[in-house]
Design a protein around this ligand. Structure first.
Ligand code: ADP
Ligand code: MG
Length: 483
């Protein structure tokens, strides 16, 4: 079902294009040797280059270039062997040189694609227009002094990738899925940590609305949205606002807006600047960036298995549904955990335990899979105990809970708590006899044709046996006793 906004004049389609800023994982900055670690004291990670002292020259960081190329390859994009750095000129108190070094006309990465996955299991290909490298600016701090603003230049010069999408997205859900997938790819590649709370990944959300079949209308850009939920909310709020503007006879002006998450609305920040406002020109301090084709190929060969490939493999090798596979590959650590449990075992069972009980436990305890209270080997061992009949599927839940609580091994829990499955038909028959004797009226009803009561007897017998009866044998014994 296509996403539309119902206005008084009928349905409106929403058009979205995202510009994502991703901080490159690298020990030092794009053009200086200063450190990039998050959370250091203000202005402790600033070189003379970052502070734009006169006569300082930028020197490009090879690792940052490699990271941008890896990312381009991961987005199945064209790598431009020749790219160039430009100066984007503007005044800002936290931008000491008065310009940002960026790539404008000749970015390092050209067109690529991101496959997004939607809740109904379907996928769509979203075009990536380009990826370019640029420096981050510093930070103005307005909350440190009643009358003064302070400047922290730690972030100045940190390497960013700007990843621009085509206006291919059509709903808040798709916009959210795009950021989620992009973040997943970046994390697999190890090129950006994707941490939106710390600002290492932030999105500018471009939104317009149109009637079906029309050319695109004017868009507005919502700046610096820092969570996936806010991206989705910003799309919804901004599209709804634009529909109201058009329907009241007004026109949407191209402008830059901010999303106020408290109020769930966007408000104007400034009228949109055009490229010519920045007086772009090639940075005279930097040569064009020329990449060696063999070096790019080396990077390509060293890429890890990426989410799309892993997802396809999980479907093929483990027979998982597209949905389960997508959930399991979203994070590398989850995929690795799943594979450790599934290898040599019933993979669907493994997937059910990981996406079911384990995820629920992690959510409840606020833990990540890396510090899961139940290790993959322990969960695997528990599945072995089910497979070889030591415990039944019902008791497995209790064993799992006990593993979460105590951190003990499944075998120890089964032995200490006496949870072995009972296959002794004598014991099962005794339990059946007890239940039959206690429920003469129900027995009569069953024999009188009320078949549905069969489940009641099985349940009672299981209860009598504290859940440990072998389900198949219990079924047979109940059948024998009642007929
Ligand atoms: P600029 O260079 O002015 O920022 P771009 O052409 O680079 O403009 O587009 C910036 C972003 O806006 C891209 O992600 C693009 O997909 C998106 N975009 C362009 N036109 C529209 C539109 N009509 N509606 C929604 N998004 C759009
Ligand atoms: Mg732009």
């Amino acid at each position: 079902m296509a996403y539309v906004i119902e206005g008084s004049t009928g349905p409106w389609e929403v058009v979205i294009g995202l510009e994502v800023h991703a901080q490159i994982i690298s020990k030092s900055k794009l053009f200086s040797g200063a450190a990039t670690a998050f959370g250091a004291g203000p202005n402790t990670q600033v070189s003379f280059v970052d502070a734009a002292f006169p006569g300082m020259l930028p020197v490009i960081n090879r690792e940052c270039v490699a990271q941008a190329v890896r990312t381009g390859l991961g987005l199945r994009a064209h790598i431009n062997l020749v790219s160039r750095f430009d100066r984007k000129n503007y005044f800002y108190p936290d931008l000491p040189p008065g310009y940002q070094i960026s790539q404008y006309a000749h970015p390092i990465v050209g067109a690529g694609v991101i496959e997004i996955e939607l809740a109904d299991g379907s996928t769509r290909s979203i075009g990536v227009t380009r990826l370019h490298m640029e420096q981050d600016a510093g930070k103005s701090l307005h909350d440190q002094h009643p009358a003064k603003s302070y400047i922290d230049l730690n972030r100045a010069g940190v390497a960013l990738m700007e990843i621009v999408s085509e206006p291919d997205l059509r709903s808040p859900e798709e916009a959210g899925a795009y950021v989620r997938k992009l973040r997943s790819i970046l994390r697999y590649l190890g090129t950006c940590d994707g941490n939106m709370e710390e600002g290492s990944l932030r999105a500018d959300v471009n939104v317009s609305v149109r009637k079906h079949g029309e050319p695109y209308r004017t868009r507005c850009e919502v700046k610096n949205v820092n969570s996936i939920r806010f991206v989705m909310q910003a799309v919804e709020a901004e599209a709804t606002r634009q529909v109201a503007v058009w329907e009241s006879g007004g026109t949407v002006d191209q402008e830059t807006r901010l999303f106020d998450s408290g109020r769930g609305e966007t408000r104007p920040m400034r009228s949109k600047e055009d490229a010519h406002d920045y007086r772009y020109f090639p940075d005279p301090d930097l040569f064009p960036l020329v990449l060696d084709e063999g070096w790019v190929e080396d990077l390509r060969r060293a890429l890890p298995e990426l989410p799309d490939e892993k997802r396809a493999r999980f479907i093929r090798e483990y027979g998982l549904s597209a949905y389960d596979a997508g959930v399991l590959v979203a994070e590398q650590a989850t995929a690795a955990y799943f594979e450790a449990v599934a290898r040599g075992r019933d993979a669907k069972q493994a997937a059910n335990w990981v996406t079911g009980d384990l995820f629920a436990t992690l959510n409840r305890t606020g833990r990540t899979i890396e510090d899961s209270p139940v290790a993959a080997a322990a969960l695997g061992r528990m599945l072995d105990l089910v497979a070889d009949g030591t415990i039944n599927g019902r008791i497995a839940k209790d064993v799992f809970d006990a593993m979460v609580e105590s951190g003990e091994a499944p075998d120890a829990i089964v032995e200490q708590r006496g949870l072995r499955q009972v296959t002794d038909t004598g014991a099962i028959d005794a339990a059946v006899a007890k239940v039959v004797a206690a429920n003469p009226d129900k027995v009569a009803e069953y024999r009188g044709g009320k078949d549905k009561l069969f489940g009641f007897f099985v349940g009672q017998v299981m209860r009598e046996m504290k859940g440990k009866g072998n389900p198949g044998l219990v079924n047979e014994a109940v059948k024998r006793a009642l007929t």
